[in-house]
Design a protein around this ligand. Structure first.
Ligand code: SF4
Ligand code: SF4
Length: 84
């Protein structure tokens, strides 16, 4: 049996698609306000934020963000927000 046709594979694909479809409030960074301090990177429990060293900017991986709001609370510049 081909791997991609197994019931377990199809179930996992279904779960992944469901997870993506219910995600509607990822954290977004306001580039004008972000100083690149890295505080949010340390606070994110999902390791969803990295720093773009060149631009001095936080970058959120929206597939990894669980919309917990920890970054929003931690940011000293109110530069990152969980959006609707
Ligand atoms: S905590 Fe705020 S200012 Fe600092 S890197 Fe994150 S978004 Fe930018
Ligand atoms: S909302 Fe939570 S999971 Fe998403 S980027 Fe901010 S700290 Fe990370």
């Amino acid at each position: 049996m081909e791997v991609s046709k197994t019931p377990r594979y199809n179930f996992l694909v279904h779960i992944e698609q469901t997870k993506r479809s219910v995600k509607n409030m990822p954290a977004l960074v306001n580039a004008d306000e972000c100083s690149g301090c890295g505080t949010c990177v340390d606070e994110c429990p999902s390791e969803a934020i990295t720093l773009d060293e060149e631009k001095g900017l936080a970058v959120v991986d929206q597939d990894e963000c669980v919309e917990c709001g920890a970054c929003e609370e931690a940011c000293p510049n109110q530069a990152i927000k969980v959006t609707e």
